[in-house]
Design a protein around this ligand. Structure first.
Ligand code: ANZ
Ligand code: ZN
Length: 856
């Protein structure tokens, strides 16, 4: 382990705590991490997803920010003008709940946590431009969130709607669809209810197609994230088909009054439609059954469905419930009269909320038909189906039931389908196209595209959020708060502990109408905090602007973010909302980019030693302080980056921490030893290097090339391996060569190399070495990245094997790149005694490896 004992006493001990506290202060005093906005340098915007200040930072944060920080520091050294900011997603329910519990203010709790997190960030050596700190709960930030809301409103992208919404009884607020998982609140896990409430929406669906199309502009995003976004947007091509509702006596109701439309992706299956389904929330459903014997059972289904979220219905895995309404509809193509049922797997706000059920082709309908004994008419078959030969030419219905285990959801041949019999059926099939064409011709159907994506419900009946800047006036309706009166300040004196809400806070809601001056009521809903995190990365480009959320110049200069780093849990919501905001703000004229984040890195999770997720309730959390206190932040950073590639999960490993610490100490000692004989690296003369020096020289070029390439790919673990190899090569040189004989320029160069490449990862130790060991001024963070040349790594000579008649006889050095003739000549002289007196009839040469001489 020890490389040199004679000089050990002269080398200062590696005292992590002393070094780290010294440089922490020095960096802060010199504002080292501010951007330099040097027009001659290319820009690089490196950003980690900002945290919610719920307490001190945990390992997940430490990993996220260490990755970003290594990128930012290295980019700076490679000549980029780097923007690397941080902030806090500071509004949200946990603060409010903590305030209620401890009878304090949400603001106080939040600011205290932010201070603590900031101290830890500083302790970790993160190179943030603190002048750009953004806290979303501060009025100079949320003012602009309100301003943006009003701009979206002006453009028709904000509206109010009364709708059945997800209501969490515990959080006492409405939730977006995305915030309900398996029927439960994403935050508190309570079962979510449906309530009919008037709420504020943002029309993200206006951008559905662009949000989908532009995923193609993001080659720097993980495929799976793009896939998740595409699925979430859920574009679906199909057709609308008009059915005719019958009255209570079974007579078709003529005209528009009787028209009832479905959305289907499988118009080809119209002949297999054996019943018709309505969502429990379908408008007018209860009127259909009012006063009939069906009212009771239909009502039960409607009530039961209130506890099932749209997401669960879409998954279709729950037991299905339904009831007959007593009514029938007429199928426009087959002319069949089929019963109308209500079913709880039909989503009210997708398509039309009405579905033509085709149990032979749709698995959900199949299961429903089995459960309620409804007919399954086979109208699509695969060629190997036992029924195929019997039905392949059949145009009318002759078989009305099957003994199938499941529906045929893939392509097949249409049978029992009138003139469409024999055509291929399936999504986007020949049969589908033919039927839709006929529906369009007869006016009973039309092409239609649907999206799963819903408008974004943004109002929350909670206190700790950005107030929606609107006023309700009895005469004028709902009007925006005039721009010069923004921000609507969130009051800070609510008695949350006693359950006071904004809706009960007179000082807040009593106001006058900005249009007519009459007494009016201020809106008391606040915005979903996802609105705050949808544009913070833009505010960082111009954080002190008092005229606009940010200037167009600043945004255009810095955007898009070059490297965005965060957890996979944000793959859908945060990223989709941010992409939407960027596009909407572009259309308002605030900036010119289409997409906010060029490269996205989703870092893996840090699990405990046994591979379990760390959580407070399990008591297996490893706090960053448990590493920083004994070993220092550099060890923490190195360990995090060395254990695994950034995108992979890893299990926490205390041995890795000790290993990281040992490596830092070793690198520390080697640099000091190199410095003992170091001269001026710029005078390096390759021709004057002896063999051990040449080895080190080549190794230096090789490892730097590898390390740099790994940095470019974000593979810090292998970059660190390359650094270790460089340190090993330096150590070998020191051990092999007495100090007097070492090359002064080379030792200086390699000392600088080690310090420079390790600096993005272990900035404190490297800054100390830069000054104390190398005697340099300025900061290693602003020093240039070492130059290297892969060609220089190649050795001048290679050793080849020489065989005579296939038998290994000698090894000989030949110039690298020697041709066959040169190889043969060298080989022959090396094995002279074995070929003496014989003739070489043939020489088989493998360049760089071997020569086999065939002799007679
Ligand atoms: C008949 C049919 C036959 C269907 C068949 C499918 C297979 P995607 O692809 O997700 O867009 N559907 C339409 N609206 C619905 C709603 N509000 N709730 C639940 N299901 C609904 O799915 C479109 C298909 O889902 C539509 O095509 C419809 O069933 C159903 F062999 O119509 B299909
Ligand atoms: Zn008014």
């Amino acid at each position: 382990m020890c490389d040199c004992t004679d000089h050990k006493d002269e080398i200062p001990a590696y005292d992590a705590q002393a070094i780290e506290s010294r440089w922490m202060k020095a960096w802060e005093d010199s504002s080292l991490f501010a951007v330099d906005t040097d027009a001659s340098k290319p820009k690089k915007y490196v950003l980690e997803m900002f945290p919610y200040p719920s307490g001190d930072l945990h390992m997940g944060h430490a990993r996220n920010y260490t990755i970003g920080d290594a990128m930012a520091r290295q980019a700076r050294m490679r000549g980029f003008d780097v923007l690397h900011p941080i902030g806090f997603d500071a509004f949200g329910l946990p603060a409010e709940n903590a305030a209620i519990k401890h009878n304090t203010q949400a603001a106080a709790w939040t600011y205290k946590n932010m201070e603590q997190a900031l101290a830890t960030m500083k302790r970790m050596g993160f190179s943030y431009d603190m002048d750009r700190l953004v806290k979303t709960c501060s009025p100079d930030y949320y003012r602009w969130g309100q301003w943006i809301f009003e701009k979206l409103w002006e453009r028709g992208l904000v509206y109010r709607k009364k709708n059945p919404v997800n209501w969490c009884p515990k959080c006492e607020t409405v939730l977006a669809n995305e915030q309900v998982t398996e029927g439960r609140c994403w935050r508190c896990d309570s079962e979510v209810e449906k309530r009919d409430l008037e709420q504020w929406y943002i029309k993200i669906t206006a951008y559905a197609q662009e949000l989908l199309d532009d995923l193609e502009k993001l080659p720097g995003w993980p495929e799976r994230v793009k896939q998740m976004q595409a699925n979430w947007i859920g574009r679906s091509e199909g057709a609308e088909v008009d059915f005719t509702l019958c009255d209570k006596n079974g007579e078709p109701i003529p005209g528009d009054e009787g028209k009832i439309t479905v959305f289907t992706t499988r118009a080809d299956t119209l002949f297999g439609n054996t019943f018709f389904l309505l969502a429990p929330e379908y408008k007018g459903l209860m009127e259909l059954v009012e006063g009939t014997e069906y009212e009771e059972t239909v009502r039960e289904v409607v009530e039961g469905a209130k506890h099932i979220s749209a997401v669960e219905r879409a998954q279709g895995t729950l037991e299905k419930h339904g009831a007959f309404t007593g009514r029938y509809v007429v199928n426009p193509v087959s002319g069949a009269k089929v019963p109308v049922w209500v079913a709880d797997y039909i989503i009210s706000d997708y398509g039309t909320g009405a579905v033509m059920a085709v149990p032979c082709g749709d698995q959900r309908d199949f299961e429903f038909a089995k459960k309620y004994n409804l007919p399954v008419v086979p109208i699509i078959l695969s060629d190997d189906d036992p029924l195929f030969d019997q039905l392949k030419d059949e145009q009318g219905t002759v078989v009305t039931s099957v003994d199938w285990e499941e529906a045929l959801t893939c392509e097949g041949t249409l049978v029992q389908s009138g003139k469409y019999t024999g055509m291929i059926g399936g999504k986007h099939s020949e049969g589908e196209a033919a039927i839709v064409a006929d529906l369009e011709a007869s006016g009973t159907g039309r092409r239609s595209v649907q999206y799963r994506l819903r408008d974004w419900l943004i109002s929350r009946q909670r206190y700790w959020g950005n107030p929606i800047p609107a006023i309700h006036c009895e005469r004028c309706g709902i009007v925006p708060v005039p721009e010069d009166q923004l921000p609507v300040m969130l009051p800070e004196n609510l008695d949350l502990g006693a359950g006071e809400t904004l809706a009960e806070c007179r000082d807040f809601y009593e106001t006058t109408c900005p249009v007519c001056g009459a007494p009016a009521r201020r809106e008391t809903d606040t915005m979903d905090t996802f609105t705050c995190s949808s544009w913070y990365y833009l505010r960082y480009t111009d954080p002190h602007n008092t005229e606009l959320p940010f200037s167009k110049d600043a945004a255009n200069h810095w955007m898009p973010v070059d490297n965005y780093i965060g957890g996979i849990e944000h793959a859908i919501l945060h990223l989709l909302y941010s992409r939407f905001f960027t596009k909407a703000l572009r259309d308002i004229g605030l900036l010119d980019v289409d997409e906010p984040f060029t490269n996205l890195l989703c870092q893996g999770m840090v699990k405990d030693e046994n591979g379990d997720t760390m959580s407070k309730s399990k008591g297996n959390v490893v706090p960053p302080s448990s590493v920083i206190e004994p070993f220092g932040a550099d060890t923490m950073r190195l360990a995090i980056l060395f254990i695994a590639p950034p995108e992979k999960d890893f299990d926490w490993d205390p041995n890795a921490v000790e290993g990281a610490n040992r490596f830092i100490k070793r690198a520390w000692r080697i640099v000091w030893q190199l410095c003992e004989t170091a001269g001026d690296s710029s005078t390096l003369d390759k021709a004057g290097l002896d063999a051990p020096a040449l080895d080190l020289y080549r190794e230096r070029h090789r490892t730097l090339a590898k390390c740099t390439d790994d940095f470019d790919r974000g593979q810090f673990n292998t970059a660190i391996s390359a650094m270790m190899e460089l340190v090993n090569a330096a150590s070998a040189y020191i051990n092999a060569v007495e100090p007097e004989s070492r090359d002064a320029a080379l030792t200086a160069l390699v000392a600088e190399d080690i310090v420079s490449v390790l600096a993005p990862i272990c900035p404190f130790a490297c800054e100390e070495l830069w000054h104390a060991a190398l005697g340099r001024d300025g900061s290693v963070y602003t020093a240039p990245w070492p130059e290297f040349d892969v060609a220089e790594a190649a050795a001048d000579e290679v050793e080849i094997a020489v065989q005579v008649l296939g038998k290994m006889r000698a090894r000989v050095m030949v110039p690298a790149g020697a041709d066959s003739a040169a190889m043969q000549a060298a080989a022959e002289s090396a094995v002279a005694k074995w070929i003496d007196g014989k003739t070489v009839v043939k020489a088989i040469c493998v360049p760089g490896k071997l020569v086999n001489l065939v002799v007679k």
